[in-house]
Design a protein around this ligand. Structure first.
Ligand SMILES: C[S@@+](CC[C@H](N)C(=O)[O-])C[C@H]1O[C@@H](n2cnc3c(N)ncnc32)[C@H](O)[C@@H]1O
Length: 271
């Protein structure tokens, strides 16, 4: 990452980066170095998975999962016994997902097709009974990116198909500038410290991940960061309507103990 991107890390995480100086090697959370860190801290979030799987049950036909990442949702979605296409942009994430799929029984693996692609601009030349975008990843896209996403989703939905996405309930963020610090035991045996920084009214929050503790003698320390949009659900609903889709369901996801609550949205192509 460039010095400019380093400067955009705000709050205590930014101060810590400055303190580490050249010893800190900053990466995007989804690039080649960041992907294994994301995978180690992503966990399994059984609550989101359970809600998504439940909401998928009334749908029929193949499923398209967008921004599939390293497969946190892909693996449980495959247990539905349906054909699944997993689209993902980052090569490092695709590599981990592909490795994970190699380890599952062939009968299950053969139902999954991994497609490199951009969720805001793709053409798979087929339709699906459901399109899923979990992990509140819609907020990774800017406004033109979201317009592209809705256009592509609409084009890939079979008649009666559903678009399921999760989003952060922005009202829960609290007020003024806040920085939440959370320690997570990664599945790779490393402990990580996550800083999530958001200023009330700002349209992005920044998540930065450091290994914990910081080794005083280490010549290089990998630090990963990502900027995530803050999107009120009402705005998403308006954007979906402009794209010719209507929200048919909105349910809060069970709290995970984190700072904010997520919601599951279900949309269909407007009649
Ligand atoms: C928060 S992670 C979620 C990954 C996975 N769905 C999960 O639940 O763990 C967001 C993912 O979106 C991917 N991503 C970001 N922008 C994308 C885009 N434009 N098209 C497809 N994937 C994208 C990132 O590489 C990353 O794997």
């Amino acid at each position: 990452m460039s010095t400019d991107q380093r400067v955009t890390v705000p709050g205590r995480a930014g101060a810590l980066l400055a303190e580490l100086g050249d010893r800190a090697v900053l990466h995007d959370l989804y690039d080649e170095e960041g992907a294994p860190v994301y995978h180690a801290i992503a966990g399994s979030s059984p609550l989101e998975v359970r809600e998504l799987v439940g909401a998928l049950r009334p749908t029929v036909g193949p499923i398209l999962e967008l921004a599939a990442g390293s497969g946190r949702l892909t693996m449980p979605l495959l247990t539905l016994g349906r054909e699944l296409t997993a689209l993902e942009l980052a090569p490092g994430m695709i590599r981990i997902l592909t490795e994970r799929l190699r380890a599952v029984p062939a009968a299950r693996r053969d139902r999954c097709t991994v497609v490199p692609g951009d969720m805001s601009d793709f053409d798979l030349d087929r339709t699906f009974g459901a399109v899923v975008l979990g992990a509140t990843s819609v907020s990774l896209l800017d406004a033109p990116g979201r317009a592209g996403l809705y256009r592509c989703v609409r084009r890939h939905l079979a008649p009666g198909g559903r678009f399921l996405l999760t989003a952060v309930d922005v009202a829960d963020f609290g007020s003024s500038t806040t920085e939440q610090v959370m320690d997570v035991d990664g599945s790779d045996g490393t402990r990580y410290r996550l800083y999530e920084h958001w200023t009330e009214g700002a349209d992005v929050r920044t998540v930065t991940v450091f290994p914990q503790p910081l080794e005083a003698a280490a010549p290089a320390i990998t630090v990963c960061t990502t900027r995530i949009g803050v999107l009120p659900v009402a705005q998403l609903e308006t954007e979906l309507a402009h794209a010719g889709m209507i929200l048919t369901d909105r349910r809060p996801l069970p709290p995970t103990g984190g700072r904010h609550h997520d919601v599951l949205l279900v949309a269909e192509v407007a009649a």
